[in-house]
Design a protein around this ligand. Structure first.
Ligand SMILES: C[S@@+](CC[C@H](N)C(=O)[O-])C[C@H]1O[C@@H](n2cnc3c(N)ncnc32)[C@H](O)[C@@H]1O
Length: 220
């Protein structure tokens, strides 16, 4: 018995996947195709994707926003969990990766639920605010440029409804959050976000050691 979170070695991690991962053949194909890319490490872990889908069902979410889509794995997990009338806005910058995402969303029959917006995400979020989407979203998943994480938090808190969830990926940053006087701007931004969230009275908070660290912020 232990009163702290376990360290998972390879065998125990494989066991976790064996007994709980319910990945569809299409998601598996997307994951394997993405794993052949140079930026493969950008993709969420499959158990994170499944957890995001569960969160959507737990919240009864209908309006969801993703910041950082890449080849579309986390978006596909979430879109498949949405009800028929649900919608997912995906933010990314122009590039080759989102064509793969669109292909798989089409193949899964969920592309009509997904609105892909290409451009710097802070601009897309500001545009959503201007169009009257304040307090409209049930869940916002943030998995893009780390230097903007503190700014994404502020935008997310404006765009979420009370009781809605902002979910940040990579909040343990492969352990680099422990660095003192970190040189990387990304590391410093994640450290700043984590420190600020601890005492942020606008949210309820949990940092889960799932994947590279997944922080859940429930808007009060
Ligand atoms: C870690 S990947 C997202 C992984 C994705 N959630 C998945 O599960 O496969 C980060 C993505 O954020 C995008 N990105 C980086 N900076 C951005 C910005 N300023 N605005 C919008 N997207 C950005 C990158 O192009 C990249 O596709």
């Amino acid at each position: 018995m232990t009163a702290r979170t376990l360290n998972l070695d390879d065998a125990l991690y494989q066991y976790l996947l064996d007994v709980s991962l319910r990945e569809t053949p299409l998601l598996r194909r997307l994951r394997e195709q993405t794993q052949a890319l140079p930026n493969a490490r950008w993709q969420v872990a499959p158990e994170q994707g499944q957890f995001l889908a569960l969160l959507i069902k737990l919240l009864g979410a209908r309006r969801v926003l993703e910041v950082g889509t890449f080849t579309g794995y986390s978006a596909l997990c979430m879109a498949e969990a949405l009800p028929e009338n649900g919608s997912l806005i995906c933010c990314d910058i122009p590039g080759d990766y989102t064509a793969t995402a669109c292909h798989y969303w089409q193949a899964a029959g969920v592309s009509q639920r997904i609105d892909l917006r290409l451009g710097p995400a802070l601009e897309t979020l500001a545009q959503l605010e201007r169009s009257g989407a304040l307090g409209c979203f049930d869940l916002i998943f943030i998995d893009a440029d780390k230097a903007n994480y503190p700014a994404y938090l502020e935008a997310a808190l404006r765009l979420l409804r009370v009781g809605g969830l902002a979910v940040f990926d990579n909040t343990l940053w492969s352990g680099r959050v422990l660095e003192v006087d970190a040189e990387s701007e990304d590391t410093r931004a994640i450290q700043a976000l984590n420190r600020a969230l601890k005492d942020d009275s606008r949210i309820d908070l949990s940092l889960l050691p799932l994947g590279d660290g997944l922080t859940l912020c429930r808007k009060r």
